[in-house]
Design a protein around this ligand. Structure first.
Ligand code: NAP
Length: 179
């Protein structure tokens, strides 16, 4: 299964504006891109903080064709939110999550943040592509795209203006180390 990290960030690399949770800073062009992009994926993975911030919106958009997997160290605490096949909560390791999704027949997965979950999957070398919206904003503080030390080389696949906006969509493939 191919895993694509999708995020909107400021020019200086923040996925939230200061301490404000959520992605209200994202432009209408990015929001439209995000909705379009999600139709390409048959499953998604994200962290419990991201889930809590967008819980109502996520629950309103659930569908059985698109499994959503939420990482939490306390899956039992979310048992009443779980919808088998559509919304699952797990404390499995990233490798086990991807193996299971593959075994269930999923082919295209979206990794939807936040920073802790980016760290986990990038560190485990499980991310194949990154689709980043670079918003024309500078925040100086906030939740960074990645918090922990990692060193990955990327191949540029695409760089385009989003619609007629000042936002840029850049797509990268993660280069695999030789050997
Ligand atoms: N701009 C964007 O594109 C974008 C995208 C996504 C999110 N965001 C924003 O980013 C912020 C959230 O980012 P974040 O880094 O604070 O949080 P996060 O990555 O969304 O979630 C962190 C949570 O994931 C769970 N977790 C972490 N490591 C785990 C592990 N090894 N095993 C099991 N569960 C684990 C824990 O949940 P428990 O506490 O339940 O154990 C932890 O509190 C939000 O404000 C969100 O709106 C922005």
């Amino acid at each position: 299964m191919r895993l694509t990290l999708i995020a909107a960030q400021s020019v200086d690399g923040f996925i939230t504006r200061h301490d404000e949770p959520g992605t209200a800073f994202a432009s209408p062009a990015d929001q439209a891109h995000f909705r379009r992009a999600l139709t390409h994926f048959d499953c998604s993975v994200f962290g419990a903080t991201t889930y809590r911030v967008a819980r109502d919106q996520i629950r309103a958009g659930l569908s059985h064709g698109r499994r959503r997997v939420v990482l939490t160290r306390q899956p039992a605490a979310y048992a009443s939110d779980a919808v088998p096949g559509a919304l699952e909560f797990t404390d499995d390791a990233p490798e086990a999550i991807i193996d299971r999704l593959r075994q269930l027949g999923h082919r295209e997965g979206a990794l939807l943040g936040g920073a802790e979950i980016h760290d986990l999957f990038l560190h485990a070398r499980l991310v194949d592509e990154l689709w980043l919206t670079i918003e024309p904003r500078i925040f100086g503080a906030g939740t960074p795209l990645v918090r922990k030390r990692v060193d990955l080389s990327l191949e540029l696949l695409e760089a385009d203006r989003l619609d007629d906006s000042d936002s840029l969509l850049v797509k990268y493939r993660v280069r695999r180390p030789a050997g």
